[in-house]
Design a protein around this ligand. Sequence first.
Ligand code: T3D
Length: 287
Amino acid sequence: MTDRSVNLRRCGFGGGKTLEETVFNYENIEVSIQEGYAEVVLSREKSLNSLNTETHKELLHCLATLEGMREGVRALILTGRGRAFCAGQDLEEVKPDPNGRQIRVGDLVRSNYVPLMQKVKDLQIPTVCAVNGVAAGAGASLALACDVIIAAKSARFLQAFSKIGLTPDSGGTWLLPRLVGRARALDQFFTAEAVDSSRAFELGMVSRVVEDERLTEESRTVARQLAKGPTMAYIATRRAVDLGYSMSFSDSLIMESLLQDHLGESYDYREGVAAFLEKRPARFEGR
Ligand code: T3D
């Protein structure tokens, strides 16, 4: 990495250039910004976009940077280069060295996956995952942690953890049962059988399935729509849904009312109501 902690050359942002001219330069991911949304592409094609420590650092740095751009970036697409979305942990990185030294798996999970998955889940930008191929292990968790999940017809999900003698990490045991139920999640976890895109749709793991050649355009269409939407309301909605799983109905009624306290103060709420009354499309600004 060139600049010590993370290999980023961010040319121009804050230096007189527009957002569109901002260039992110990482080694393992590609980032671009257009029409109010960012596209982050996992780009370690040779190992099916598996996640090594450098990729974790770059992803975290990039997500924090995009989040800092606030109203300039109001939706994010996450996808993979080539025939895979993400094959999970880079297993080359964790192979025992000839001296018998072995990485402590829990340490790796705590230092890499916990911060990354927390960031994705809490991101103040709505996320769209364009699952362009196989999503295995932590790669499946990464996809399932996004808000809108669009799978290419050829995509498949593989809970690969048990194949290497591990329990799912990276949020897998939280995410998958909530989407498909306990029995179906445990079936996937134990058997590590691949789930193809149409089955993933039936099970509720993805919200849309499209022909492979339509994946990019479909995800960009959704991102463009989200980028023009009430960002704060989207983030509050994600929060309410996620917290609601562990709340009573009465508590969730109260939580919703508290979120509305907050949103009721927003520009977008005033604009939404005004636009309705004036019979015109709302021009949300994400604030
Ligand atoms: O310590 C820890 O592990 C803690 C962290 C845990 C989080 C996790 O994600 S655990 C799960 C790790 N991931 C896996 O176990 C998946 C391993 N990969 C596969 O099972 C298969 O590659 C796929 C089912 C994803 C795809 O199969 P296929 O037949 O389409 O492709 P392939 O031939 O297996 O792979 C193509 C290349 O990618 C190959 O390299 P080569 O032979 O062409 O030089 C393969 O080694 C490489 N590759 C695929 N997955 C990984 C990988 N290299 C490193 N790490 C990988 N995860």
